[in-house]
Design a protein around this ligand. Structure first.
Ligand code: SF4
Length: 200
């Protein structure tokens, strides 16, 4: 499994994430590239992976880590490039995106949606800068487009657990996942980079 960030930034600022809690003096002046990866570079990387893993059948290319891949204007082409090499694509998004139809049409092999609440007050503490109303409406749109475009790929709602969001919000999101035929899973959140724990 290879993780390749195709976008070096995010539209949200989650305090537990190195993108969200980044400060200019972090990492001794070393900065991650912030732009959009060029498709040609991505294809070169995929070709190198293919060359070096000719024995392996199931190669997964995750086009996320610390960034929001759906911000990339050429996102569908990245999925196409992965499919063309017979690899599996894995995508994780915060789903604070206006138009998700191109992503559904591109049909990744797996889609993870990270979220941390249903109510604005709860969600916005940890998915800072995001809007749960947009996310929830997009979940219903996602089901609609998948049905309409006849796309069938696994969707996982990944609920990040914090002390403040373990109540009714979890139950609401579970209900939506069941209602729409998506998988629900939850995990405790952790702070990255770990060195920032000294500042708390
Ligand atoms: S949505 Fe993901 S990449 Fe964006 S700030 Fe939050 S944890 Fe980081």
């Amino acid at each position: 499994m290879y993780y390749i960030d195709i976008v070096g930034t995010c539209n949200l600022r989650c305090p537990s994430c190195p993108v969200g809690n980044y400060l200019p003096h972090d990492f001794m002046g070393l900065q991650r590239p912030k732009g959009f990866m060029k498709l040609a570079l991505f294809e070169q990387i995929l070709d190198k992976i293919k060359r070096e893993n000719s024995d392996y059948k199931y190669i997964v290319i995750a086009i996320y880590n610390w960034g929001e891949p759906l911000l990339h204007p050429a996102f569908p082409k990245f999925i196409e490039a992965i499919r063309a090499r017979e690899f599996y694509s894995d995508v994780s998004t915060n789903l604070n995106i206006k138009d998700i139809k191109p992503m559904v049409a591109a049909s990744p092999n797996k889609l993870i949606i990270s979220l941390s609440g249903y109510d604005m007050e709860v969600y916005s503490q940890t998915h800072k800068g995001g809007n749960p109303h947009l996310v929830v409406s997009n979940l219903y749109r996602l089901r609609y487009y998948m049905d309409r475009l006849k796309k069938d790929f696994p969707v996982e709602l990944s609920y990040h657990l914090y002390r403040h969001n373990m109540g009714k919000d979890v139950e609401y999101i579970k209900f939506i996942a069941n209602d729409l035929g998506f998988r629900f899973c939850s995990d405790y959140s952790y702070l990255m980079p770990l060195e920032k724990i000294w500042n708390i």
